[in-house]
Ligand binder design. Structure first.
Ligand SMILES: Nc1ncnc2c1ncn2[C@@H]1O[C@H](COP(=O)(O)OP(=O)(O)OP(=O)(O)O)[C@@H](O)[C@H]1O
Ligand SMILES: [Mg+2]
Length: 347
């Protein structure tokens, strides 16, 4: 699907076996899960098994997870191909974050099967973690550290080799456009910069699969574009697979190869944005035929059609500016904290 090239911050000569397993994340809620460097390489394919076709980056069947009596994820089947940018969409409470956390191994998989590049998430947890970078929905950067210190902390947490750390931290910061601000306290960063810093934290160990939970939540359109520009560039350079959750249908339409529309723990539709829009357009009874002067359907129309009229204001469509307004790049660190806390409460 995409050209896979060598990563500028992911040199081939560091492909050796990971030195040791990363410890369980100290705070699984807030810590990106990222392994020691395992480059996607020029093939972009994992090789956990030999003699068989390369496995999907993500393959899950019948995945379910409940919090007490709340069925957050209700039997989802999902495959994400290596190198794909895949969007998991849905309104508040749909189960996106819970599903992502099951895929990262941060939550156990009590029902169903999850494989990451062919590794069983239940039985090969550390092997799976070594392949992943994870940017959680909640804030994972420390305001009292500089950008460089934040990224260096994650480099240490995830066992990036000592002799490579300094260079890798610099490259990760450069990859997200924070080289000039690297030695400023993160507390002085704009909201967009904070999200890009968290991206650098997850990238510092060069994961093969990057999971981003609401990477642009609460950001203004300029900051959202900037975050996506960096994600897109890094993906093009490394061939990594990206699994992203978002409320923003316009972003999913623009940046995702395929999307799954999730509602109340289940996947209600799955396909490329074009396929989903075309299916709605081709239907007779929707009023979205696109051929008689009426507007062609958007992905938001598709989602409203799929999940019914109970979305309320949960969807962030095109032109949604979050809480911060346009102009500044996503407010400041305190805005980010407030927004993410709100998002967490709502979820
Ligand atoms: N730690 C928890 N304890 C109890 N219930 C939870 C917990 N986390 C999530 N839930 C519930 O599980 C369901 C799915 O939540 P989840 O956070 O996965 O949704 P989401 O799609 O990520 O929503 P959002 O878009 O708001 O982030 C919701 O009903 C939520 O209230
Ligand atoms: Mg969520």
């Amino acid at each position: 699907m995409t050209e896979r090239a060598r990563s500028p911050h992911n040199p081939q000569d560091t492909h050796g076996a990971p030195q040791q397993s990363p410890q369980d994340a100290p705070s699984v809620q807030n810590a990106p899960m990222a392994p020691p460097l395992r480059n996607a390489g020029t093939s972009g394919r994992a090789q956990p098994d030999t003699g068989r076709a390369a496995p999907d980056a993500v393959s899950c069947t019948g995945l379910s997870y409940s919090f007490g009596r709340t069925k957050a994820v209700d039997g989802i089947d999902l495959s994400v191909a290596s190198g794909e940018v895949f969007g998991l969409l849905g309104p508040n409470g749909a189960g996106k974050s819970t599903a992502i956390r099951c895929l990262t191994t941060l939550l156990p998989v009590p029902y169903g099967m999850v494989r990451i590049f062919g590794h069983d998430a239940a039985r090969e947890r550390m092997s799976v973690r070594r392949l992943l970078g994870y940017v959680p929905q909640q804030l994972s950067a420390d305001a009292s550290l500089t950008g460089r210190e934040n990224v260096a902390l994650f480099a240490r947490l995830f066992d990036v080799r000592r002799r490579e750390r300094r260079a890798r931290v610099t490259l990760a910061l450069e990859a997200v456009g924070l080289a000039d601000a690297a030695d400023r306290m993160a507390g002085t960063y704009s909201g967009g910069m904070v999200r890009r810093l968290e991206l650098a934290q997850a990238l510092v160990s060069a994961p093969r699969l990057l999971m981003l939970d609401e990477p642009t939540i609460g950001l203004d359109p300029i900051a959202r574009t900037s975050v996506w520009k960096h994600i897109t560039a890094i993906r093009a350079a490394t061939g990594m697979t990206v699994l992203v959750t978002t409320h923003y249908m316009d972003e999913a339409d623009q940046y995702c190869d395929r999307v799954a529309l999730m509602h109340r723990g289940r996947i209600r539709a799955l396909g490329t944005p074009e396929q989903l829009k075309a299916a709605l357009r081709d239907r007779d009874d929707t009023g979205h035929d696109g051929g008689d002067g009426r507007a062609a359907p958007t992905l938001e129309d598709v989602f409203r059609d799929v999940v019914g009229g109970d979305l309320g204001g949960a969807l962030g469509g095109a032109g949604s500016t979050g809480e911060n307004g346009a102009g500044e790049e996503g407010g400041d660190f305190r805005d980010v904290l407030r927004t993410r806390r709100t998002a967490s409460r709502v979820g």
